[in-house]
Design a protein around this ligand. Sequence first.
Ligand SMILES: [Zn+2]
Ligand SMILES: [Zn+2]
Length: 89
Amino acid sequence: MPTGALLASSPKVCGCRQCLRDRDERVNGFPAELSTFIVCSACGCKRCPHATDHRNVCTGSNEPGQPGSAYAAFKAPIVGEMGSRPGEG
Ligand SMILES: [Zn+2]
Ligand SMILES: [Zn+2]
């Protein structure tokens, strides 16, 4: 059992996506950025650029396509392997 000194120093740690990555935070062995529902600490919007990186300005908006946000480019989530391919050529 590892002795963690995580809760000692700082009373409040940043929970933005970038900080979770930087600290390599994990929940049950999985990266916290994937296991945690990350929202902006200021406005509570998941698509706010501030939720992705606290260095981004908080827009107070949950609109998709905001620059700086991990949700800037809308992409369908990767769900395993898509075994089908359209026949090309
Ligand atoms: Zn942060
Ligand atoms: Zn925000």
